[in-house]
Each structure stands twice: as C-alpha cells, then as structure tokens.
Design a protein around this ligand. Sequence first.
Ligand SMILES: Nc1ncnc2c1ncn2[C@@H]1O[C@H](COP(=O)(O)OP(=O)(O)OP(=O)(O)O)[C@@H](O)[C@H]1O
Length: 338
Amino acid sequence: MDKGKKVETVEKQENSLPWVEKYRPTTLDEVAGHEGVITTIKKFVEEGKLPHLLFHGPPGTGKTTTIIAVARQIYGKNYRNMILELNASDERGIDVVRDQIKTFASTRQIFSSGFKLVILDEADAMTNAAQNALRRIIEKYSAHTRFCILANYTHKLNPALLSRCTRFRFSPLKEDAIKHRLAHVIEQESVDLSPEAFQSLLHLSSGDMRRALNVLQACYASVDAGEQISEELVYDCVGSPRPADIRTVLQAVLDGSWESALHTFSYIKQSKGLALADMLTAFAVEFQKLDLQNKTRIALLDGLSEIEWRLSSGGNESIQTSATIGVIKQSMELEASS
Ligand SMILES: Nc1ncnc2c1ncn2[C@@H]1O[C@H](COP(=O)(O)OP(=O)(O)OP(=O)(O)O)[C@@H](O)[C@H]1O
C-alpha cells in the first residue's frame, strides 16, 4: 500500500471511532483531574517500583485509561505484548482467569527483563471464593508480574485482596476537569454548542467523562451541518427532564387543583417521554434550590424516596404519579402551617 493511501485509511478509521476512544488520553499528563493520584503513580513508574494497584471509583473517571497510560510509559509502543487485560468477573470462572494468567506470566519476553502487567477489570463482581483464588494467584506470580485491579466498589472486595494492593480512589471528575477536556474535543471536531448546552452537559455528566463525551457525540450526530446544539437537545439525548418542564409541573402542583396538576404532570411526562423516576430526581434538585424549613425538606425527601422505592419494586406509574402530587402538596401545607 502506498504511503498516501495508508494515511487516508488511518484517518478514516480514526473518524469512525467513538470519541471516547478517539480522545482517550495516551499519557498520564493527558488524564484530566486526579492530580494527587497521577503524581504518586508517576513516581512509582519513574522509580521502577510499581506495586500491585487497586483503582476504584465510579464509571468513566479514568481508571482503565490511567493504567493503559502507565503501560505505555513503561513498555513503549509494544505495550500490548506486555499486558494482559482480563474481565475478572468472566462467567467461565476463576479457573479460566488463572490459566490465562499462568500462560501469560510464564512466557518470557525477549526484549524486556522487567515485570509484566495483568489488568483485572470488574473485580468487585467476583465471588468471595474467586477473590480468594485471585489472592493466591497474585502471590504466586508476584515475582515477574504486577496486578492492577479495577473496581467500582471496594466494599465488595475481600480485605485480604485489598491489603495486597496500593489503593487509589478515582472520584467523580470535577466540572472544571470535564470542561477542559470537552472544550478540546469541541474544538477538534468543530462542534457548535450553545453556552447553555455546554453548561447543561457538564452538569448532567455528574463527573463521568465517558458520559459527557458520549452525549456530546450523540448530540453532534443528531444535528444537521451548521446547526447549533441546543440545551434542549442535550437534555433529550441524556433522557433527563428539562428544568423548565420540571418547574412547569411544580408550579401546576403548587398552584392548581389536584385535577389540573395531574393533567399538566401527565401531559409533560407523556409528551416528553419522561420516566417518573427521573422526574423525582429532578424534583429533588429543584427543591434543593428553594428556601424551605428543615421539616418540609425532610417530609419531601422522605415522601419522594418512598415513591422511588415503590417504583423500583414494580409500583404502578400512574398511581405513583398521583402519590407524587400528594407528597408535594402535603409538604407545602406543612411549610405554610408554621
Ligand atoms: N480522567 C480522564 N481524563 C480524560 N479522559 C477521560 C478521563 N476519564 C475518562 N475519560 C474518557 O472516558 C473514557 C472511559 O474512561 P475509562 O475507560 O478510563 O473509565 P473507567 O474509570 O475505567 O470506567 P469503568 O469503571 O466503567 O470501567 C475514556 O476513553 C476517555 O475518553
């Protein structure tokens, strides 16, 4: 293949990549946020003293990205040969995981005398017995292998396994960190996004960079060339109720009769295709902004949580919609009574 054609093919492949992959940082310096964590990990890498690692925290915060960046820094462009990525919750069981690690750890590398890296994703989904087996595997292969365990929740991990790793928490990313990275992607992809849409995207991502990038790409795909992405479109892509709609429903519940409140509530819910569970979360956010007495807040949150629980246990949507009106009206009566 001539050089021109090769470049063209690579460009085409890059263009068809999801943005989360296209813009996945390749170096530790590019990882947004987590400054303290990254500084410590850099030190380990520079000193050549990488311990077994445990990265934990919510999805889309950079756990996988960071360990792959570490591998790139240690092993260079052939890093793929030196790492083994496994899903620890592999349904075929710990024996399959053990066999893969055994084969990987026992094949010597011609070009490198250092350790190899095993990345175990979703370790928190493993059974206790599998975690115990993993603990023994880590011990057995420690001489030439380092393990990096990735998990969302540490409370599901066995203490004996935890104690063998140096732990790093990947917290939800701060809005500033996401803002910076998104601005870079927006510029690279020439996305036209209104300032309100940008602000809503930051807010709705809740610290999850994967979510932010996926929503941005979905919005970009759904507008015509030259059209600006609006705040409404961002809310639609996320499937979250828009603050204006939530305020309309609240106003109707607070001001109107039961019938008119139910009518407005049901109309907005159906016409915008909203789930009651998402509306409950949005109500709670709106109420947070109001100056209410503590007892009113407690009554509201108690009532909304109860409805949320009923919904998740299979409660009927329309009965729970009316119940929501009841909770809000009753709480406001409580507020007015003193
Ligand atoms: N801190 C970050 N800096 C820059 N990009 C990030 C960061 N965190 C996540 N991303 C982006 O989001 C994508 C997903 O991140 P990653 O796979 O590292 O998440 P994770 O924390 O391992 O999530 P999960 O727990 O779901 O496996 C990456 O490809 C990258 O584009």
